[in-house]
Structures are given as C-alpha cells and as structure tokens.
Design a protein around this ligand. Structure first.
Ligand code: CA
Ligand code: CA
Ligand code: CA
Length: 270
C-alpha cells in the first residue's frame, strides 16, 4: 500500500515536469503599416484586398504535447469573399523555420513565386504553409512545382481564419527535433492566388503597376520579392523593424527583369 502510494506520487511529479517541458510558446510581433514589401508595394485594386489584409502583426507558435499550433495575426478582420470555407480567402502565409542552426544546412532558395533567398547562416529546414486552399491542393502544388522541397513543407490538415487571426496545427515531429525556443523563424505574408502562374506556388504576383489582382510597386519580372510583409529586427514590433524590413527586402533587377541582387532574408531568433 505504502509502496504503491509512493509510486503514484512519483508518476504525478513526472507528469507535471513533462507538462511544463512540453508546453511552450514562441511569439514574435511586427509593426503595423509596413505591408509595403521593400517599401513601395501597393495592394491590388479590387475591394477584397482591404487595407491591413497583408499587414502581419504577430506570429505565435504554441507547443502542447505532440502538437504545434501556429497563429498569424494581421491588421484587419478576415473575410471570405471567395467562399473558400475556412473564414479567410486572400491571405497565404509561409512560416520558414531554421531548426538546426547550422550554417549552410538547409535551403537558401525559397519556394517558387516568392522570389526571395535566405542567407546560408539562416538556411531553412521546414516551412509551414497557412493557406485557405484545401490541404490536398497545396500539397499537389508543392509536389508539381517544388518537388525538391516536398519533405520540408508542412501543411495543417485545416487552416482557419477567425477575427484577425489565421491558425493551423501540425504535428511537432513534422518540424523536427530540438527545442523550438532555439529555432529561427521568418514569416512571409503573401496572397492566395487560385489561378497562379505555371511556376508559382499559389502566390500572387507583384508587378510594376498594381492591377485588380496584382500588387504594384515592384517589377514585371521575377527579380522583385513577392513578399508583402515579413518579420525583421528582433521581432518585437518596434518601429525600427520597418526600415530593417525594407533593407532586407531590397533588390536589384537587370533591364530584362532577371535578378541582379535577390532580396535575402534572415531568421528572427529569441
Ligand atoms: Ca506588419
Ligand atoms: Ca514581379
Ligand atoms: Ca514587417
């Protein structure tokens, strides 16, 4: 009797310890008003692209047990004007993660349609895609257009928009081993394009001039980052992160629209 009592106390203590170790949150904030890519991007003209729709304000990853719950908050209330069924429609979010912190380990190129690179020190190992498209559609786009990355792409079974927040859960093991608090993160805010260019992964283009469904302020070629908002600096939401973002997304094009200097992203770390 005495022994079995001691055993259950031990068991309880272990469960409490494991509980604290396995429940943790990583979060970053982003300033408002910087949903302009490298500084001059303009939203498409159709009214579905409401002001603030691509203004990242926060990214949270909450680990509980074997799950990682991601939530990304933007500058306005989410709407579903295209009837996607998940409470949002125009946004698409890429959360790149450097899980091993090893210089040169991972990918320095990003996914097709984003037109950004990562520095070798911040090469990414996994990317979580939050899209209003069904998981199978995103998966098949990845297989067709980015087969090289298919084992690194993690897509929640269901991604929902509610209020100003887009959220989705994935299995922690799909992100890798190690301590999520020590990983590097970068968030790229894009727009869900149901009829993408043949090489683009459901992403909306940025052109020189904005159109009904095209961002403006960039280049008609693929030398401009197709990224409307990203994390920068220490990811605290400080106003200085606006300039840091514009600097990180700076790009140069050749006359024919090919890249002279590609925007190169770094990871944000706690
Ligand atoms: Ca922002
Ligand atoms: Ca472009
Ligand atoms: Ca930003």
């Amino acid at each position: 009797m005495k022994n079995s009592f001691r055993f259950s106390v031990l068991l309880l203590a272990t469960a409490v310890l494991a509980g604290t170790a396995l429940s943790q949150e990583v979060s970053f904030k982003d300033p408002t008003g910087d949903d302009k890519g490298p500084g001059a991007y303009i939203y498409p003209t159709d009214k579905v692209y409401a002001a603030g729709s691509f203004d990242l304000t926060e990214m949270k990853m909450k680990v509980s047990g074997d799950k990682a719950d991601f939530s990304v908050t933007i500058g306005t209330k989410l709407e579903d004007p295209w009837g996607m069924g998940g409470g949002f429609a125009t946004q698409m979010v890429f959360i790149f993660i450097d899980t091993d912190n090893k210089d040169g380990s991972g990918f320095t190129k990003s996914l097709p349609g984003l037109n950004v690179a990562f520095s070798p020190a911040d090469a990414w190992d996994k990317v979580v895609i939050l899209s209003p498209q069904p998981q199978n559609r995103v998966k098949s786009e990845v297989e067709t257009k980015a087969g090289w990355a298919k084992d690194a792409v993690v897509i929640p079974a269901r991604t929902r928009g509610n209020g100003r927040t887009i959220s989705g859960s994935v299995a922690l093991k799909d992100l890798g081993a190690g301590d999520p608090a020590k990983w590097g993160y970068q968030v790229v805010m894009q727009s869900n394009e149901g009829f993408p260019d043949k090489a683009d992964l459901l992403t909306r283009k940025v052109n020189e001039f904005e159109g009904q469904h095209r961002f403006g302020g960039g280049n008609d070629g693929d030398c401009d980052p197709h990224a409307v908002d990203i994390l920068a600096g220490k990811g605290t939401g400080d106003k200085s992160e606006i300039e840091a973002q514009y600097k990180m997304l700076a790009f140069e094009c050749n006359a024919d629209g090919t890249s002279k200097k590609m925007a190169t992203l770094s990871m944000i770390r706690k």
